[in-house]
Design a binder for this molecule. Structure first.
Ligand SMILES: *Cc1c(COP(=O)(O)O)cnc(C)c1O
Length: 396
C-alpha cells in the first residue's frame, strides 16, 4: 500500500513569485493606495474581473469581509432578513449578523444543495436579500433560485468562497447573482493565507463597497469604475478598512495561471475517488447537477444505513489509520453545523439538514494528489467501514 498523503499540506506557490516579492520588499510599497497606478492589488482586481467575465472586482481581506461589504453595499435596513442555507460555514451567518441583519436559515437536501421547496416557502415578503453558499463547491440550482428571486426583486449574493472555477451552464460561478464573493484563505483553490474578492456588474454597488472597504478621501480614483458613482458617495459611508495588502495580491496573482489546471486535476481526483467509493452500498457520493462542472478540492459522501455508533467508529478508525474523515454533525463544535451558531437569536431547527449532517462525511483532497494516494485513501475508508460495521450499539 502506498503511503498516505498529508491532506493539509498546501501546493507550493509558483517559485517565480519570488522576483515580484523581492521587488515589492525593495520598494516597501505594501499599501494598495500608495502607487498612483498598477499596484498589485489593482492589477489583481483587473485580472480577476477579466478572468470571470465581470465588470468590476474589489479585493478585500477575506471572503467574510466581501460578504459583509456586499450586504452593506445593498443598503439593507437594520434587522433586514437575509435567507441563507442551513448548511454553510459559520462565517456566512456571522457576516449577516455583522451587517446588522438577521439570518433566516433554509433546509438543505442530502446532496448538500439548497432545498428549493423550503427555500421558496421562506422567500416571502419579509426577505430582503439572499446569500447562496455553494458549500464545499456544491452548486445549488441557480436557474431556479434566480428565477424565484428575480420574480420578487430580491438580490442574490453568491458565496463562492469554495467554488472558484466552477461552471454553471457555461457561466462562471460567482457571476450569476448580483454579487459573487471568493476566498483566498489557504484551504481554497488559490492560497494567500488570507484574502477575498467580490465581483459585480453594478457600478453603484461596487462604488459603495470600495469606499466602505477603506478607499478613504479620493483613493477611489485609483479604481476604474464610473466616477459619478463614487462622487455621489464621498463622505457618506463609514470606512471599515478591510483592504488587501500588495503582498497578498502578488501571491494570488502568481497562482491565477494555475487555476485551470488545479480545477481539472481536482475534478479528476474527486471523480476517481467517487467512483471507487460508490461501489460500496454504505457510501453515496451525490452526483453533480446536470448544469454543473465542479472544481472540488475535497470530497463529501453520505454514509447509508449506519447507526450513530457505527458512524463514529468509522470516523475514529479512519483517523487512526491516517485519513481524517469529518462527519459534519458528529464532531464537537463543528462550525458547519447550524446548531452551533448560537450567536443567532431564536435559532430554528432544520430536521432535514440535521439528518444530512449526521451522516455526511468530509475528506480533504488537495488537487496535487496522485492516483496511488487516492487508492490509499479509498483503502483506509473501506477498511474503516468494514471494521465499523461489525460494531454494535453495545460495543460503545
Ligand atoms: C472559507 C469559506 C468562507 C469564509 O472565507 P474567509 O476568506 O475565510 O472569510 C465562507 N463561505 C464558505 C462556503 C467557505 O468555504
Amino acid at each position: 500500500m502506498s503511503t498516505l498523503p498529508d491532506v493539509h499540506a498546501a501546493e507550493p506557490i509558483p517559485p517565480h513569485v519570488m522576483e515580484d516579492i523581492q521587488n515589492l520588499m525593495q520598494s516597501g510599497d505594501l499599501f494598495r493606495y500608495t502607487a498612483p497606478s498598477d499596484a498589485p492589488v489593482a492589477l489583481l482586481e483587473a485580472e480577476f474581473a477579466n478572468m470571470l467575465g465581470s465588470k468590476y472586482a474589489l479585493a478585500v481581506s477575506s471572503c467574510s469581509a466581501a460578504l459583509f461589504l456586499s450586504l452593506k453595499a445593498l443598503d439593507l435596513p437594520r434587522d433586514a432578513r437575509v435567507l441563507i442555507p442551513g448548511f454553510t460555514f459559520a462565517a456566512v451567518p456571522s457576516a449577516v449578523i455583522h451587517a446588522d441583519c438577521y439570518p433566516v436559515l433554509c433546509e438543505v437536501s442530502d446532496n448538500y444543495r439548497v432545498d428549493l421547496t423550503d427555500f421558496e416557502a421562506k422567500l416571502d415578503e419579509t426577505i430582503s436579500a439572499v446569500i447562496i453558499s455553494h458549500m464545499r463547491g456544491h452548486t445549488s440550482d441557480m436557474d431556479a433560485i434566480m428565477s424565484l428571486c428575480n420574480a420578487r426583486g430580491i438580490p442574490v449574493i453568491e458565496d463562492a468562497a469554495h467554488s472558484l472555477g466552477t461552471i454553471w451552464n457555461g457561466q462562471n460561478i460567482g457571476t450569476i447573482g448580483k454579487i459573487g464573493c471568493f476566498s483566498f484563505q489557504s484551504y481554497k483553490m488559490i492560497n494567500a493565507g488570507e484574502g477575498g474578492i467580490l465581483v459585480t456588474d453594478d457600478a453603484d454597488l461596487v462604488a459603495r463597497a470600495i469606499i466602505m472597504s477603506g478607499a478613504y478621501e479620493h483613493n477611489w480614483k485609483k479604481h476604474p469604475v464610473l466616477q459619478d458613482a463614487f462622487a455621489k458617495w464621498q463622505n457618506m459611508l463609514p470606512l471599515y478598512n478591510l483592504r488587501l495588502s500588495n503582498l497578498s495580491a502578488v501571491v494570488i496573482r502568481a497562482q491565477l495561471p494555475e487555476l485551470a489546471r488545479r480545477c481539472s486535476d481536482g475534478l479528476r481526483n474527486h471523480d476517481y475517488l467517487a467512483q471507487i467509493l460508490n461501489t460500496s452500498p454504505y457510501v453515496d457520493v451525490p452526483d453533480p447537477l446536470p448544469a454543473e462542472t465542479r472544481a472540488p478540492d475535497s470530497i463529501q459522501f453520505n454514509l447509508v444505513g449506519m447507526d450513530p455508533h457505527q458512524i463514529s467508529a468509522f470516523s475514529k478508525t479512519a483517523a487512526d489509520a491516517g485519513v481524517k474523515v469529518q462527519v459534519f454533525g458528529a464532531s464537537a463544535d463543528n462550525a458547519r453545523a447550524f446548531w452551533n451558531w448560537k450567536f443567532i437569536p431564536n435559532l430554528p431547527e432544520l430536521p432535514q439538514t440535521r439528518k444530512m449532517l449526521m451522516s455526511a462525511c468530509d475528506v480533504r483532497l488537495p488537487v496535487r494528489l496522485t492516483t496511488p494516494e487516492l487508492d490509499a485513501i479509498a483503502d483506509v475508508i473501506f477498511t474503516a467501514l468494514k471494521a465499523s460495521l461489525t460494531q454494535t450499539i453495545a460495543a460503545e
